[in-house]
Every structure is written in structure tokens, then in C-alpha cells.
Design a binder for this molecule. Structure first.
Ligand code: PMV
Length: 329
């Protein structure tokens, strides 16, 4: 039996988090930390999944798997992707899946979307269904929506599928590849894993209680996103940094930043970054700072020494390649 492997990149939200869920655009970049998935069709009519964090492989017959409602967290995305793919292919088959990651899922760098996209790519290849990128995006996005109960714009799925730096509108209504160089970013993990759903709910509450103000903030963010698109094209990093700071002010207004995230952001700014903001829903995960070559070391040092427990700099390169086949043996 053939084994097909594929990998997909993680992501960083650059501009427009939260606003993207209300119909406004965002800008996301993929990073060169990847998740790799290997798949093998078996004739045993069993589904077997091996993943980090599982003490032993998760294994069920195809029939049991079709009816199970309680999936362990570690296999939720891969398992749902398999079910979605079966529906799409109108055929159920036994399969072995192994996933490996180059980064911790605590970072909020999009491990769930990357593992989903890599799984769908493998299945599409191994069954010779040859889905194009849009087909991979659509099935992967359906999977993520299913697992996350509807709270997902799909920007991370787009980054894992297409790679590069993307201008993105909710539900994949627009997915435009932006022409940019690799961005001079410093990324720092805040030491705390955040719950995206919790912070999406928090913002929804503001929308319910203060709809006019919330709408105003989202519109403001969308203006920053449009300007950032221009600044990116012009490689105008000083302007881009200013736009990051303005976007962070909106996120502060929405109450999704924290004391620790703000400490990191100010450490970066005070040590010469062009700008800094959170990346993603807030509450934890990572901050990003845009820096010149001369300031990079000072900013990295400041982030590690500012005294946020568990904070650390993560080396990544932006605009990485999207999902790709790694091997077929
Ligand atoms: O926390 P993350 O990295 O999953 O980013 C969430 C970004 C939101 O706009 C808040 C939600 C979404 O799905 O777009």
C-alpha cells in the first residue's frame, strides 16, 4: 500500500483579527514551521491515528468511527477531516494517519488548521481525487467550522493551504496573494495559551451591548487593513509599524489584550521596533513586532528579559510555502 505525506505551514495574523469575523478583511502570513501528516490506506477497515500527546494510537473500525461522538482532543481535527473527506468521496475506507509538528500547539500558530489541511491534501492525493487548492480549502474549512462550532473565519486554513501573505475575507470570499518580501518580524510567545473562542465571545458581547461603537472599531480596523496592504506592497516598514500600533489600540479597545501582552508589546516598541501588536484572538499566544535589522537583537533581548513568565522568542520566516506533498512511497 502507498504512503502519502504532506505538510502545511502555520500562520501569523498580521492585521484585522476579530474584524474579519464581522465581514471585514484581514492580512495573514504563513510561517515556515510546518505540520507533517502521513497517510496509508489499509485493507483492515480500521481508522488509526497517531499524534503527539496520545499515549497509544487512537484506533476504531470504520463503522465505529462513523458513529463515534466523543473524539479525544488530540485527534479531533484529523478525525473530522477524514469524515468530511469520506462524505466528499462518497466512500469510507480504512486509513492510518500519523501527524508530527515542528511547533508547540500552545503558540497559537495555527496547528489545528495546518494539520487539517495536510490531512485533506494527503487524502485527496492517496485517493487520486486530486482536489485543487480551493477544494482543499473548502473541505478543510468545513472541518474546522465543525470542530470549533462555527467560530472561525478560515484565515488560518487559507494560510495553510495557499501559503504566502494573504488578503483574506471571512469564509474565503476573497483570498488574494499579496506580493511582499519576507517580513522582518520578531515573534514572541507570551507564555500563555489562549482560548480563541473565549475571546471571540468577549468581542461578541461588546457587539451586543455597544453595537454602534463596536461597528465603528471594526470599520476603523478595516481602514488599517487597506492601508497595510499598500504599505506592504511598498515595503514601507515604518508606516506598517505605525499601522500595527494603531491596530493594537483597537484591540485594546475591544479588551482582548492583556497586561502580559502589553508588557511585551511595549518592550518591543521601547527598544526600537517600528510597531508591535498581538497576533490572533488575544488573551495570550504570540505578539509580533516589526523591526529593522539594526534593532532586531535589542528587541529580542528585551522580549526575553521583560519578565513575562514563560515568554520566549520564536524564530520564524514569513510568507512560507502552502500545503505540499512531501513524499509518495
Ligand atoms: O487566535 P487565533 O490565532 O486563532 O486567531 C483568531 C482570529 C479571530 O479573528 C479572532 C478569529 C477568526 O477565526 O478569524
Amino acid at each position: 500500500m502507498v504512503t502519502v505525506s504532506a505538510s502545511a505551514p502555520g500562520k501569523l495574523m498580521l492585521f484585522g483579527e476579530h474584524a474579519v469575523l464581522y465581514g471585514y478583511p484581514c492580512i495573514v502570513t504563513s510561517v515556515d514551521l510546518r505540520i507533517r501528516v502521513s497517510t496509508k490506506i489499509t485493507d483492515t477497515r480500521r481508522v488509526t491515528i497517531r499524534a503527539k500527546g496520545l499515549r497509544e494510537p487512537y484506533t476504531l473500525t470504520v463503522e465505529e468511527f462513523s458513529h463515534t461522538r466523543s473524539l479525544p482532543n488530540e485527534v479531533r481535527f484529523v478525525a473530522t477531516a477524514i469524515t468530511k473527506f469520506w462524505e466528499h468521496a462518497k466512500e469510507k475506507f480504512g486509513i492510518e494517519v500519523v501527524s508530527e509538528s515542528e511547533f508547540s500547539e500552545s503558540y497559537g500558530l495555527g496547528s489545528s488548521s495546518a494539520v487539517t489541511v495536510a490531512t485533506i491534501k494527503c487524502l485527496s492525493e492517496i485517493t487520486n481525487l486530486a482536489l485543487d487548492l480551493r477544494g482543499i480549502f473548502d473541505l478543510s474549512y468545513e472541518t474546522v467550522l465543525d470542530v470549533q462550532g462555527g467560530y472561525a473565519s478560515g484565515f488560518d486554513v487559507a494560510a495553510a493551504t495557499y501559503g504566502g501573505t494573504l488578503y483574506y475575507v471571512n469564509e474565503g470570499k476573497v483570498i488574494d496573494l499579496l506580493e511582499t518580501d519576507e517580513l522582518p518580524l520578531v515573534v514572541a510567545y507570551s507564555g500563555l495559551k489562549a482560548s480563541t473562542v473565549e475571546y471571540v465571545r468577549k468581542v461578541k458581547e461588546i457587539f451586543e451591548k455597544q453595537p454602534r461603537v463596536a461597528e465603528f472599531i471594526m470599520k476603523h480596523i478595516s481602514v488599517l487593513v487597506e492601508d497595510a496592504k499598500v504599505a506592504l506592497a511598498e515595503r514601507d516598514y515604518s508606516r506598517l509599524g505605525m499601522l500595527m500600533n494603531l491596530n493594537q489600540s483597537d484591540l485594546n479597545a475591544l479588551g482582548v489584550s492583556t497586561y502580559e501582552l502589553d508588557l511585551l508589546i511595549y518592550a518591543a516598541r521601547l527598544n526600537g521596533a517600528y510597531g508591535a501588536k498581538i497576533s490572533g484572538a488575544g488573551g495570550g499566544d504570540c505578539i509580533i513586532a516589526l523591526v529593522s535589522n539594526e534593532k532586531r537583537l535589542a528587541v529580542e533581548k528585551a522580549l526575553e528579559e521583560v519578565g513575562v513568565k514563560g515568554a520566549k522568542v520564536i524564530k520564524v520566516r514569513t510568507s512560507a510555502e502552502g500545503v505540499r506533498i512531501e513524499g509518495r512511497i
